[in-house]
Design a protein around this ligand. Sequence first.
Ligand SMILES: NC(=O)C1=CN([C@@H]2O[C@H](COP(=O)(O)OP(=O)(O)OC[C@H]3O[C@@H](n4cnc5c(N)ncnc54)[C@H](OP(=O)(O)O)[C@@H]3O)[C@@H](O)[C@H]2O)C=CC1
Ligand SMILES: O=C(CO)COP(=O)(O)O
Length: 323
Amino acid sequence: AVLADNGHEVTLWARRDEQAKEIDQAHTNRKYLPDVTLPVTMRATSSLAEALVDKEAVLFAVPSHSMREIAREARQWMTKDMLVIHAAKGFEIDTWKRMSEVLAEELGTEHKEGITVLSGPSHAEEVIRRCPTTVVVASQAEQAAERAQMLFMNSYFRVYTNPDVIGVEVGGALKNIIALAAGLVDGLEFGDNARAALITRGLAEIARLGKAMGAEPITFVGLAGVGDLVVTCTSRHSRNWRAGHMISQGKKLDEVLRSMGMVVEGVRTTKAAYMLKDRYRVEMPIAEQLYAVLFAEKEPAQAVKELMGRGRTQELEEIVGGW
Ligand SMILES: NC(=O)C1=CN([C@@H]2O[C@H](COP(=O)(O)OP(=O)(O)OC[C@H]3O[C@@H](n4cnc5c(N)ncnc54)[C@H](OP(=O)(O)O)[C@@H]3O)[C@@H](O)[C@H]2O)C=CC1
Ligand SMILES: O=C(CO)COP(=O)(O)O
C-alpha cells in the first residue's frame, strides 16, 4: 500500500486465490486487516508469474518459515536487475540462517550483494492508516539500499539506510522473543519496572548475540533494535506480546498459536536463539528461560524468579570490557 501510494504499479501475491481476488476486486483484506480499504490501484494475484514478470523490484513479506520455498519458486520469473527486498523477521528453522542468507542461496549470485532488508517499528495496522512510521533498509550494496529508500519513502513513511544487514536482521528477529516475554510479564502483572527491565536487558542479549554473529553493536540502538523492541513490547498490535500474555493466563502454546491465526515469529525464534547462543558461545538468560517456558513447561513466575536470582554481574561488561 505504501508503494501504491507512491504511484508505483504494485501487484500483491497471495497463495490463496480467494484472498487475491478479494484484494484485487473488493480492495479489502478482511482476515488480516479488517475495516481497511486498500489502494484501488493495487492489483493482487495468486500467480507468481503475474506478480513478478516485468517488475522492477520484489518485496518478500512472507513468514520466515516459507521464505526458501517461495524464493525457489519465484526465481524463474525474476531478472538480475530486479531489486530484492525482504521484510520477514525470523530465522530459517533448523539451519537458523538469516533470511538474506536464505534468499542469496535460492536466488543466485546475481542478487547476493543487493539483497535488502526492510525492518523497524512498523505494525501493519498503523502503516495502512498512514500513521507516521520510520523504518530502516539495510544492504551490503549502498545503491540497493538507496533504491529501496526511494521506492518506499513518503510523507508518512520515513526510510533510513544502513549497511549492517546482519544487525538489522538479528534485531528484527530477536525483538520478537523479548516481546513474548514482555507479554508474559505483563500478564503476570509484574509491573512497568519489569517490562522496562526486560526491554533493556533483552537489548543487551540481542546485541551480544548480534555482535558475535558479525553485526555492528550500534545498529541495536537504531530502529531495527530499540525501535522495534519498544513497539513490539508495548503495542496492542503485537502478536508476539499477545501470545506471551495468553500463555501467562495458563493457555497452552498450541492453543495460543491456533487461536491467533497469524504468524507468531517469536516462538520459532526462541528455538533459534537457544541454538545460536551455544553456537556463538554467548549468554542469553532471558531467551533461555523463555525457551523453558515455551518448550519445557516451566512456570513463567519461576522463570522470572530465576532471572532475578542470577549471580552478581556488571551492566556493560561486553561493551567496556570491565574495569
Ligand atoms: N504484521 C506486521 O506488522 C509486520 C510483520 N512483519 C513480518 O512479516 C512477515 C509476515 O508476517 P505477516 O504478514 O504479519 O503474517 P500474517 O500471519 O499476518 O500473514 C501471513 C501471510 O502469509 C501467508 N502465508 C503463510 N504461510 C505461507 C506459506 N507457507 N506460503 C505462502 N504464504 C504463506 C498467509 O496466507 P494464508 O492466509 O493463506 O495463510 C498470509 O497472507 C513475518 O516475518 C513478520 O514478522 C514485519 C513487519 C511488520
Ligand atoms: O514486527 C512487527 C512490528 O514492527 C510486528 O510484530 P508482531 O509480529 O509481534 O505483531
